[in-house]
Design a protein around this ligand. Structure first.
Ligand code: DAK
Length: 258
């Protein structure tokens, strides 16, 4: 877990922090970095010692987008056969909660990567945008879909068609980020939230995350059905017995993740 070229990974109790680390190019997301990131997230997802993940960049840039220099000469067929989107799809399948801690430039693929996360804490300095239009393309890793669902059609159209970056404050008002804090605290705040979630019963956290994400790609009827099945499933866990007994016995629950 320590031999990544483009990532720094630290662990503190049940929380892992993954930091994008290509500072010279503002964490531009090249294929190497994305390969390492997906491998790292999948390994943490399988690691029983980790219950929540924080994904961050630097104060100057969470990520300034996909690596333009790597894409500039590609043909459509090369882009198609590289099939890099498959890698991004694997992030969507991570079961553990991922909290993004963003600061500085959060652009293009950087914004799309942030939107793959479950909860977003932003520093006051974050500037968030989908500037692909300014280089002759459009978002390709979910921007048109996830941004529109998060902020609504009007603002998504404006951001994607003009390339305008919004401030952290504007992003919070629009419902894109959960919380905005001074730059000194954004990472700490995200780690605090991750610790809080990591103290909860892990199977319930996992099934609740899964049900929330399901709401994005199903009807309300099917979504409610899905939620109900996950709810019933939790009655098969030791943690459910423990949680309810602890409530009745007026003591703190001890979660086993079983
Ligand atoms: N790619 C490559 N290098 C980048 C970069 C990027 N996106 N952003 C910055 N850099 C590099 C700069 O080239 C520069 O390197 P040197 O020239 O010194 O070697 C270094 O980082 C510092 O950048 P600047 O000198 O430009 O710094 P400034 O503070 O003056 O400006 C900036 C910061 C963020 C405003 C500016 O760097 C900028 O406009 N960057 C590009 C932002 C952008 O257009 N982002 C969207 C890229 S398109 C896909 C998945 C996703 C996507 C596509 C495909 N697949 C799965 C196939 C997403 C597409 C995009 O994100």
């Amino acid at each position: 877990m320590s031999d990544f070229k483009n990532l720094l990974v630290t662990r503190d109790g049940f929380v892992a922090t993954v930091q994008l680390n290509r500072p010279k190019v503002l964490n531009a997301l090249n294929i190497d970095l994305m390969t390492e990131l997906v491998d790292c997230l999948e390994a943490l997802d399988q690691d029983s010692g980790i219950r929540a993940i924080v994904l961050t960049g630097s104060e100057k840039a969470f990520a300034a987008g996909a690596d333009i220099k790597e894409m500039a000469d590609a043909t459509a067929v090369e882009m198609l056969t590289r099939d890099q989107f498959a890698r991004w799809d694997r992030i969507r399948k991570i079961k553990k909660p991922i909290i993004a801690a963003v600061s500085g430039f959060v652009l293009g693929g950087g914004c799309e990567l942030m939107m793959h996360c479950d909860i977003i804490i932003a520093s006051e300095t974050a500037r968030i945008g989908q500037p692909e239009i300014l280089i002759g393309v459009m978002p390709g890793a979910g921007g048109t879909q996830r941004l529109t669902r998060a902020v609504g059609k009007g603002l998504a159209m404006e951001m994607i068609l003009t390339g305008r970056q919004i401030t952290a404050e504007e992003a919070m008002k629009a419902g894109l980020v959960n919380k905005v804090v001074p730059i000194e605290f954004y990472l700490e705040e995200a780690q605090k939230l991750a610790r809080e979630i990591a103290e909860k019963p892990p199977v319930a956290v996992r099934l609740a995350k899964e049900a929330i994400l399901k709401s994005f790609d199903t009807t309300i009827e099917m979504g409610l059905e899905f939620e109900r099945k996950n709810f019933y499933l939790l009655f098969a866990t030791e943690d459910m017995r423990e949680g309810m007994s602890a409530f009745i016995e007026k003591r703190k629950a001890e979660w086993k993740g079983k």
